[in-house]
Unconditional design. Structure first.
Length: 305
């Protein structure tokens, strides 16, 4: 056991975050269990995690922020520290690294203040604090328009996906309602995923030229802000392919909101009815205060008889 999966957990876990390990009680009868437990303790200690609770087959560690401990353990050859890498390179289709990361993290405020947290690392991808704040305010205004234009009961919308989430401004605006939002950062865009997590939101990388790993009919609302124009020059990735995947993951009677270039909006407006989507076109201002078309679509409920 080289512990590579646990080292990946360490990469994902924030400083002072918790890791809970649980196994069926029957595992205690396995002759290899004591060996496995010893290796688990050796690795977690080497990564400077602190065991804070253990009962039967459940154990809880806290990842301590202790750089001197990591360096000391590396000197003693207890762990192998990773070389520094750019955290803003998306970890999409990349192999696991059999080493321990050193990246620290700053203390974050509690919710709801955390929803407004600006990550200084965004400067490296050209997103200033002013841009971050204006984006947050923009989506608060737009989401109010969305609810008005969708004209649905709030209880009909629960599972939401922002297919091109940027910094999570749309999800923050939606947090006023009883919904949860999956924030997707396309893997070929700038990596703003860490900023999304710093805001206390959840998200993932994805390439929309591939299927999304979820059960069909999982979502009540899909939001695609200038997603199609990002992929328009991608060879072997058609607009229709992305729409087909959207149709797969949206439930019957689910809502789809699309904003994009006028030429793309025009194509989608003509294609959507073939997927049995009802389509309404509206005009709203974008972040540059320029009026643009917004499609509010609803997937029809249909059955083969």
């Amino acid at each position: 056991m080289d512990g590579i999966l646990l080292k990946e957990v360490n990469r994902l876990l924030r400083s002072n975050g918790y890791f809970v390990y649980s196994a069926p009680p029957a595992y205690r009868k396995d002759k290899d269990y004591p060996i496995i437990w010893d290796k688990l303790m050796n690795l977690t200690s080497g990564m400077c995690w602190k065991l804070i609770a253990r009962k039967v087959q459940t154990a809880i560690w806290i990842k301590q922020e202790n750089q001197s401990c990591l360096l000391n353990n590396a000197d003693q050859k207890l762990i192998n520290l990773c070389d520094s890498v750019d955290d803003y390179i998306p970890s999409w289709n990349t192999p696991l690294r059999n080493c321990v990361t050193q990246a620290g993290s700053h203390k974050l405020p509690p919710r709801p203040q955390r929803l407004s947290e600006y990550s200084e690392g965004l400067n490296s991808i050209g997103i200033s604090r002013e841009k971050f704040i204006s984006n947050t305010l923009f989506w608060q205004d737009q989401v109010r328009h969305y609810w008005r234009l969708m004209n649905v009961n709030e209880t009909e919308i629960r599972n939401v996906m922002d297919m091109s989430a940027f910094c999570g401004g749309f999800a923050v605006a939606m947090s006023t309602w009883p919904v949860w939002v999956m924030n997707i950062v396309p893997s070929s865009m700038n990596n703003s995923l860490s900023a999304i997590y710093n805001r206390g939101l959840v998200g993932a990388f994805h390439d929309w030229c591939e299927p999304f790993s979820t059960y069909p009919r999982s979502y009540d609302l899909l939001h695609a802000n200038h997603l199609f124009s990002h992929y328009k020059n991608r060879e072997g990735c058609l607009l229709e392919d992305i729409i087909l995947e959207m149709d797969r993951v949206i439930r019957p009677q689910g809502m789809i909101i699309i904003r994009d270039e006028e030429s793309i909006i025009s194509r989608i407006r003509s294609i959507a009815p073939k997927f049995l989507w009802d389509v309404e076109s509206h005009l709203l201002e974008n972040e540059e205060k320029i009026t643009e078309s917004v499609l509010i679509c609803r997937k029809k409920f249909w059955a083969i008889v």
